[in-house]
Design a protein around this ligand. Structure first.
Ligand code: NAD
Length: 312
């Protein structure tokens, strides 16, 4: 299978490039503008790398030519980043997605997987969150992800493109950077804990997340491209766990064998209070995938952070 991965130099993308390479049944091309991704993430990995933007339609078309599937991960992620610059998020995430879908249609790639986000559920308080529940985005990022999945699914109805829109829920693992202002919570907590700094907790720490280890995401996507799985509805890519930030810190302390100080700050605008996926659809579509639990995923992530620190 020939697979184009947009955003393949980013956190999830570079894990996916490695994972697909290891399965032995995929040849991979990456299209990435290196805005948040890093070329070093793909060091030693067999992939055809194209530096370019999903906002450059000709570049997307060229990269898509001859592919069996496209996994579209390229985006400006993060809620706070979109609040700081909504236009940039809109352009990369919404117009960029339209370019990818149009390119697929024009050059004849008939299977496209896109990355949406649990943030689309926004102010809907129901738990766990089913794909059939109403959505109410609370940030420009969440709106742009709603548009991503909306376009992908509309292309199925309008043009017969086989599309699959995953809603990712707080993915974590190796290669996820901690050293920037929009870093995700697990790398931020681990970086603080391993460097004897207090972990900064927005609000009371009782907000919960459905943390998903990146290898679980990769194995689901591998099945999706292998079997060209598509769906008329979005699919939660998470397995229904519900971990508060306080519980996450306790698990980190247990694994590191020492306590971690907490520094509580104001809750963040646009953040949802609780997030937990209804996992029935993902289990139905991907029965062979066995998700990695938080304990083991965190252990592998801590090992990677320690190895990075040793090499620095
Ligand atoms: P990331 O920032 O590490 O990866 C995004 C990649 O897209 C980067 O390599 C970046 O350089 C690239 N990119 C950005 N703009 C581009 C453009 N115009 N043209 C080409 N490439 C461009 O983020 P990630 O965490 O790996 O996220 C991957 C996808 O998953 C994104 O679509 C994100 O919205 C989605 N997602 C991630 C999470 C999560 O928990 N990490 C949760 C929900 C959704």
């Amino acid at each position: 299978m020939k697979v184009l991965i947009t955003g393949g130099a980013g956190f999830i993308g570079s894990n996916l490039v490695r994972y697909l390479g290891e399965q032995g049944d995929c040849s991979v091309r990456v299209l990435d503008d290196l805005s948040t991704g890093r070329r070093e993430n793909l060091q030693g990995v067999a992939a055809d790398f194209v530096e370019g933007s999903i906002l450059d339609y000709e570049a997307v078309k060229e990269a898509a030519r001859g592919m069996d599937s496209i996994v579209h991960l390229g985006a400006i992620p993060s809620v706070p980043r979109s609040i700081a610059n909504p236009r940039a998020s809109h352009e990369a995430n919404t117009t960029g997605t339209l370019n990818v879908l149009e390119a697929a249609r024009e050059v004849g790639v008939d299977h496209v997987v896109v990355a949406s986000s649990s943030s689309v559920y926004g102010s809907n308080p129901k738990l766990p969150k089913s794909e059939y529940d109403w959505t109410r985005p609370m940030s420009p990022y969440a709106v742009s992800k709603q548009a991503t999945e909306g376009y992908a699914l509309a292309y199925q109805f309008s043009y017969g493109l086989k599309t699959l829109a995953f809603r990712f829920f707080n993915v974590y693992g190796p290669l996820q950077p901690a050293n920037h202002p929009y870093a995700a919570v697990i790398p931020k907590f681990l970086d603080a804990a391993l460097n004897d700094r207090p972990a900064q907790v927005h609000g009371d720490g009782e907000q919960s997340r459905d943390f998903t280890y990146v290898d679980t995401v990769c194995s689901v996507i591998h099945e999706a491209v292998r079997l060209q799985i598509h769906s008329q509805d979005p699919v939660n890519l998470a397995y229904g766990t519900n971990t508060t930030l306080t519980a996450l810190l306790t698990e980190i302390e247990d694994q590191l064998g020492h306590s971690v100080a907490r520094q509580h700050t104001e809750p963040r605008t646009g953040d949802v209070r609780a997030s937990q996926a209804d996992n029935s659809r993902v289990k139905e579509l991907f029965p062979a995938v066995k998700p990695v639990g938080l304990h083991d995923g965190l252990a592998a992530t801590i090992a990677w952070f320690k190895q990075e620190a040793d090499q620095a």
